[in-house]
Write a protein that binds this ligand. Structure first.
Ligand SMILES: Cc1cc2nc3c(=O)[nH]c(=O)nc-3n(C[C@H](O)[C@H](O)[C@H](O)COP(=O)(O)OP(=O)(O)OC[C@H]3O[C@@H](n4cnc5c(N)ncnc54)[C@H](O)[C@@H]3O)c2cc1C
Length: 325
């Protein structure tokens, strides 16, 4: 019996979250006494595919069909389901990325499988198969027991450590059934912000709120983010006012993220904002109001004016980098 992991790529390169999913899948395979099979779809070169063996893949199924070069939700879901049946994989895992969130329910329906979306730790298999996930916008945990024969899991980015387990992977071509029916809705073009760190995958996020007064003051947020190798984010009113793009809006109605470090600058910490960021590992809040609710959720807080504190922080990071270069 194998565990099947869908190895998502961006522009032909596997993402860090893909290696997290592989490490998670390998650990599950070990637990249930199976092996790890990885499915790659699209334009990924041999060097990139070879990297998968470092993370415990015994077998890599490579789909190179011309029609499947770019992501098509329904078609990819059909390929993953077909691969899972061909490999007799009882557990199918993918990242809880935008792509994974769209694919997983479709795959679950096709396989008649139970689904856990947004797992944060390995399943407990002592009495069944129980997976923990965040619930109520990160305010609680839900332990979900999957009783179906087949199981589909998406893994929250940054919630499982990447571990290496070198294997001699067998890379084989997989030729799935390609049906016109699955190409009814197609993405015509994907424009990537090439020089920016992807927000859902980022390990560090620097985020700004209405306390920054206007879009002209985002230079210091971007400078700090660049120095830290971080992605930038913002509160809802900031994107609603078109100070920043909607793709940066985090919270209940925006993106939910779980970076290792979230730096919130001039953000009050409204419950709807916290809903999307409270599962960050470390939260740093910079706010001039000592009563700002965000301080209650913070691991570290600086009470001060962002226009004094952030430039000093930038200088301190530059000095630190110069000394440690
Ligand atoms: C249904 C619903 C869904 C929502 N979804 C979301 C969501 O997904 N995400 C989200 O963010 N919001 C969401 N909101 C809005 C949310 O309720 C808050 O209104 C919003 O998060 C406030 O944004 P803010 O903290 O940037 O602005 P404000 O509430 O105006 O807070 C600005 C903060 O900046 C501080 N400040 C001011 N000047 C400075 C300075 N110079 N230096 C340092 N600090 C300073 C202030 O003390 C204050 O704490 C939602 C609301 C509703 C009703």
């Amino acid at each position: 019996m194998s565990v099947l992991v869908y190895a998502e790529n961006a522009g032909g390169k596997f993402k860090k979250s893909t290696y997290e999913v592989l490490s998670f899948g390998y650990a599950i395979a070990e637990k249930i006494g199976g092996s790890l099979t990885v499915l790659s779809i699209g334009d990924v070169n041999a060097d990139e595919l070879a990297k998968l063996s470092k993370y415990g893949a015994s077998k890599v199924l490579n789909v190179t069909n011309e029609k499947l070069k770019s992501f098509v939700n329904m078609a990819y879901a059909a390929v993953i389901s077909e691969a899972s049946i061909a490999e007799d994989s009882k557990v199918v895992i993918m990242s809880a990325s935008f792509t994974g969130k769209g694919l997983a329910p479709r795959v679950a329906v096709k396989l008649d499988a139970g689904l856990v979306d947004g797992a944060i730790s390995l399943p407990d298999i002592t009495n069944g198969f129980t997976v923990r996930k965040g619930a109520f916008s990160g305010k609680a945990f839900a332990d979900v027991t999957l009783t179906s024969d087949r199981k589909v899991i998406t893994l929250m980015p940054n919630s499982y450590q990447v571990n290496e387990h070198q294997k001699d992977s067998n890379i084989v071509d997989f030729n799935p059934t390609v049906r016109d029916l699955d190409f009814k809705a197609m993405v015509k073009e994907i424009v990537r912000a090439a020089d920016k760190v992807s927000l859902p995958d980022a390990e560090i996020v620097v985020s700004g709120g209405r306390g920054l007064k206007g879009p002209e003051n985002w230079g210091m947020i971007e400078e700090l983010a660049n120095l830290l190798g971080a992605a930038t984010a913002c509160s809802k009113p900031v994107s609603d006012s078109n100070w920043r793009p909607h793709s940066e809006h985090v919270g209940q109605t925006g993106i939910a993220i779980s970076p290792n470090l979230y730096i919130a600058i001039g953000i009050s910490g409204a419950i709807q904002h916290l809903a999307g960021v409270s599962s960050s590992k470390v939260i740093v809040v910079i706010n001039k109001d000592p009563e700002a609710p965000f301080f209650k959720a913070a691991d570290y807080g600086i009470v001060g004016d962002a226009f004094d504190v952030v430039p000093k922080l930038i200088e301190a990071v530059k000095e630190f980098k110069a000394v440690n270069a």
